[in-house]
Design a protein around this ligand. Sequence first.
Ligand code: LLP
Length: 435
Amino acid sequence: MLFGTAKWNREDHLEIGGVDTVELAKKYGTPLFVYDVQHIREMARGFKQTFKEEGIKNKVVYASKAFSCLAVYKLLQEESLSCDVVSGGELYTAIKGGMDPKEIAFHGNNKTKSELQMAIDEGVGTIIVDNFYEIQLLSEILHAEKKTQEILFRVTPGISAETHDYILTGQVDSKFGFDVASGQAEVALQQLLADDVFIVKGVHCHIGSQIFSPEGFIAATDIIFDLLNTWKTAFNYTVSVFNIGGGFGIQYTDSDTPVSPAEFVKTIIHQVKENCQKRDYPLPEIWIEPGRSIVAEAGMTLYSVGSQKEVPGVRKFVSVDGGMGDNIRPALYDATYDALVANRQIDAAETTELISIVGKYCESGDVLIREIDFPKVTDADIIALTSTGAYGYSMASNYNRNPKPAVVFVENGQEKLVVRRETFDDLIHLDCPVD
Ligand code: LLP
């Protein structure tokens, strides 16, 4: 599937951002992540625009975990997006990338004391408090520093969105957030309001990831506003921020049919407005935290074809020069992808064969695409796996001591190397010398 500026050029090569992917593969080697910068900008602008049309104060908070590197943060600043971080490492990268600390929100179910201290020292705008232990740690630090901190606190509304179990987060049986049903969320609010180091701006909730329809967001909004309404009466407390998280689904293959980002956002806005009107509740700012929906379809991975093995009557394996080290998602979540031959457009009339595209890692589970009808390829071909921009590079590993790929941004006919390929020396640079 082609997204954004991707198209076939005169040489019949796949081109993105006006740059020939075959040339990129030659110049930077494979595997190679390539990002269509204009596509990322359009996704970011789309979210902003929807809020603008609806006249709602908002923050579009990019979820760094989807893909983080210095260049991403420059792009976010250019598009007036905020970001979240979930570790000291992401926070460090965001700050080095020039993000205004005030525009950073810090998430996580087990932020360490040193990470919280780092966030306070750096002046992070919002900390999203997840649990009672964190309330205590953060309170101690803030009292010691004689500082106050704007916070949201994360509530778990107890709903199940339809997605893979490992990426569900809004259900009761979750390690994240203060549970609504058991009353933990209310106890947390009381503790937070009683401690004057906390400026309690509002609530946060994230129901899961790769979600295709808005129902889960509607249900979560209703549950949370029921709660907010009781808190208004009981504690005279109203939120100024309602953060509904991210999780908007994208297309990996033809069979993925998510509603558009604009539709997700419009539905959420309408549901919030309706709840507020019904209850005479002051309309809060709405924050969202899209990660995947901003970068996934903008990214693709280029691989060179290597060995092939045909097991007669069973299956043909086509191996590429990357795999689970640069894309763990098929192995971890049974994730599906689509692929193209970057150096020639597949002719609809061309004979295809059913193949598995597999990686070079020493695991049978190192599969990129389990089954795809694909034209015959040789070691002269470059395969492009599409929609790999989210949770590919960010979850990459050095398994089997394979170096991580390079990352290139392309826009308006220009390419820019934003993360260089790891070298073998990079692989041993943390190893202490052996006497
Ligand atoms: N906000 C919070 C609090 C989150 O936990 C997440 C994702 C997001 C925002 C962004 O969700 P997105 O819009 O990207 O779906 N590695 C998995 C995805 C894990 C997502 C974890 N949290 C994958 O490759 O599918």
